[in-house]
Design a protein. Structure first.
Length: 210
């Protein structure tokens, strides 16, 4: 009903779909009601690729095997995601690596793919660089909700494999782990002596300046 009420309003110039399953659920309503509106897909993440690599790990593979895993053309989740891209007028993609993969491996036209990593303007990035030089900064930060399985996996991998190597080179270094919906296994990684500080939820990114 909410969608129907929205569709009764003034015609938009552009409709943005948050991930492919939103596009496949609602785009035909938009196309039917507002055929002249541009339909833009925001991938957020190449889901089929992530799930393929997650499956490799869960099947007993190591990180090298996971990174060399790519979804097969006949996999339904890949077909759904690629179909959503083709239905849309343009697609926002998080990285150049994903753009290259979509184009070279899966045949998506580069003209339909737009790099949109963080939406910071050059002026904003330059201001950030001027605010504090690299030499004046210290510490490391990890940010990501723990409802997203790759975020949990990455923190475990950081604690187990990466952080000990960093501490060998930088014995006084510390890392702060931020993320909502913290789980007991993440909380258990807290190790103040090793500089591994599990903070959990933060109300805003302003904590990074603290």
């Amino acid at each position: 009903d909410t969608l129907r009420d929205c569709l009764k309003g003034a015609p938009p110039e552009l409709v943005l779909f948050d991930r492919f399953y939103c596009e496949e659920r609602y785009s035909f309503h938009v196309q039917e009601r507002w055929p002249r509106a541009a339909r833009i897909l925001d991938m957020q993440d190449f889901h089929a690729l992530r799930l393929s690599r997650q499956f490799a790990i869960e099947s007993g593979g190591d990180i090298t095997q996971s990174m060399s895993s790519f979804p097969a053309l006949e996999q339904s989740n890949l077909l759904r995601e690629i179909t959503s891209i083709h239905r849309s007028d343009a697609t926002l993609v998080c990285s150049n690596a994903e753009i290259d993969l979509l184009h070279t491996r899966y045949g998506v036209s580069r003209e339909k793919l737009i790099l949109a990593p963080f939406f910071f303007s050059d002026a904003e990035l330059n201001e950030f660089e001027r605010s504090k030089s690299f030499e004046a900064r210290k510490g490391f930060v990890s940010i990501g909700t723990f409802r997203h399985p790759p975020n949990k996996d990455s923190v475990h991998y950081l604690a187990r494999e990466v952080w000990p190597l960093i501490r060998e080179k930088l014995p006084n270094a510390h890392v702060k782990i931020f993320g909502s919906h913290m789980t007991p296994d993440i909380k258990a990684l807290q190790d103040r002596d090793a500089g591994f500080l599990v903070v959990g939820h933060a109300p805003s990114l302003r904590v990074l300046g603290a």
